[in-house]
Design a protein around this ligand. Structure first.
Ligand SMILES: Cc1cc2nc3c(=O)[nH]c(=O)nc-3n(C[C@H](O)[C@H](O)[C@H](O)COP(=O)(O)O)c2cc1C
Ligand code: SF4
Length: 452
């Protein structure tokens, strides 16, 4: 079934594989996409994926995260994105832009600023974001953010995209409102599950009104938050403790899915977990060296970020691994069962995300109706030719993605590409592959030896 077309609304995808969001430093310092962004995205289109979902593109000029990631917070960002989107579409590949606002999970602004702390409620989070504390948004700031999403959505349409996705997952701002551990508001936007959904409800209404009923519009949703993964320290503790340790469970997120269907969205993109990265969305290893790299590169941003870096540097590797590596490990098709539940209960087309690599696994989830499409990121980064291998009947590449998660963390600081040195004959080969991704000097032979 992988190579059977599938339509959602008025958009027909030529097969069932979508390149899932891969954000990286592919912009100029003002957030305008640069040629590397276009070349990076085009590579996946050339290799036959049916569609690409962009990196999370910020709608807030100030909450830019990380640096040199794309922005759509002003009209001037549209033109270069349109040029790249057209180049992707010319290859028969659909392009969907994912919009988001990182809230207090903003990781690297140029310098600290108060807006980076904005969230549903005030609080402390050791692992995510760099601010010492998050701060509660005012009603005016909430309304402004709803307008930011609507304006961003208009720009997505103006950029000639085939569709729009909004991320209500990853622990970003919308998710911070949905999650009962980070939303302790007592006004119209917090408290009951209905009220925690209010912010997303207003965004979806405003966005649908802006883009029109004929435009493909989906939501990326976390099926279960698993707040206790990765190991973190959040303050204050909230009660019931189920809310503190788990966040939203399936009953709550199914309610969100059903409400979203009533509001007229066209598909759900299902992952799980709270925060990027987390073990149920990016199943695999916990990359200690890359975390140290990232923490050291951002330690100047706050006292908390500095202490976080000191802890990661000072504690022995075994201790750091023992604590922060808890719960990490690879599980294939990690969210497929959740995808099926959403498909059955909500009835919308569903994309499943996380941990797909083998052809037989993907065939199985499609054949059994667990999902309609599959979103993939790391295995395509490791083996851009994965779809051609599948076409040749190869079940799994001979040099597969190891799910080491080095790329997921290192690329906040370093260029996009695969960072598992053991997959390459030499460090030069690995670096050539990284340069190849964003269109630097190309050494096809080195790159060829690096992937299957
Ligand atoms: C380098 C890198 C950057 C990513 N950037 C984003 C992003 O900007 N937005 C997003 O929603 N997911 C992002 N993801 C998560 C992927 O879209 C995907 O959900 C995750 O890697 C699990 O899928 P996989 O097992 O196919 O890799 C990123 C993943 C990687 C490896
Ligand atoms: S660094 Fe390479 S092998 Fe490791 S998860 Fe990323 S793409 Fe896969």
């Amino acid at each position: 079934m992988i190579f059977e077309p599938f339509s959602i609304k008025n958009v027909t995808f030529k097969n069932r594989i979508l390149r899932s969001s891969i954000g990286g430093r592919t912009c100029y310092y003002d957030g305008t996409v640069n040629p590397a962004w276009k070349r990076f995205e085009k590579r996946f289109a050339e290799q036959g994926v049916a569609g690409i979902i962009s990196a999370t593109i910020t709608v807030d000029e100030r909450r830019w995260s990380p640096l040199e990631y794309p922005k759509l917070s002003q009209d001037r960002f549209v033109k270069p994105i349109r040029e790249a989107v057209q180049a992707v579409q010319a290859l028969g590949c659909k392009y969907i832009i994912q919009l988001g606002d990182h809230g207090y999970h903003t990781q690297t602004s140029l310098l600290p600023q108060v807006e980076d702390s904005k969230s549903a409620s005030s609080g402390f989070d050791l692992v995510f974001g760099y601010g010492n504390r998050s701060s509660a948004m005012t009603t005016e700031e909430i309304q402004q953010t709803v307008q930011n999403f609507a304006a961003g959505a208009r720009r997505v349409r103006e950029a000639g995209c085939d569709g729009l996705e909004i991320t209500a997952s990853k622990g970003y701002l919308i998710h911070q409102f949905l999650n009962p551990a980070t939303n302790r508001r007592t006004d119209a936007y917090g408290g009951s599950v209905e009220k925690r959904f209010q912010f997303l409800r207003e965004i979806v209404r405003a966005v649908r009104q802006t883009v029109g009923n004929d435009f493909l519009f989906g939501i990326r949703l976390s099926a279960v938050d698993f707040n206790y993964l990765p190991v973190n320290f959040r303050w204050p503790v909230v009660f019931p403790l189920r809310h503190y340790f788990m966040g939203n469970g399936l009953n709550e997120t199914l309610y969100y899915g059903q409400e979203l269907a009533k509001l007229g969205i066209d598909y759900l993109h299902i992952s799980s977990g709270f925060g990027f990265i987390n073990p149920t969305e990016s199943p695999g290893a916990w990359p200690i060296d890359e975390f140290r790299l990232y923490a050291n590169a951002t330690r100047h941003l706050s006292a908390k970020a500095n202490v976080r870096a000191m802890l990661l540097n000072a504690l022995p590797r075994t201790v750091v691994r023992g604590i922060f590596g808890l719960g990490w490990g690879y599980k294939p098709a990690v969210n497929a069962d959740y995808a099926r539940t959403f498909k059955q209960v909500v009835g919308l087309p569903v994309i499943a995300n996380g941990g797909f690599q083998r052809q037989d696994t993907i065939e199985e989830v499609l054949r059994t109706g667990q999902c309609d499409m599959v979103g993939m990121a790391r295995p395509l980064l490791a083996n851009p030719n994965l779809l051609s291998l599948f076409k040749q009947g190869i079940n799994e590449p001979s040099n597969p993605c190891s799910f080491c998660n080095r790329c997921s963390v290192a690329t906040v600081v370093l260029p996009l590409g695969c960072y598992d040195r053991s997959r390459f004959p030499s460090q030069d080969a690995m670096e050539a592959q990284i340069m190849w991704w964003s269109g630097g000097p190309e050494d096809e032979e080195l790159v060829r030896r690096g992937s299957t």
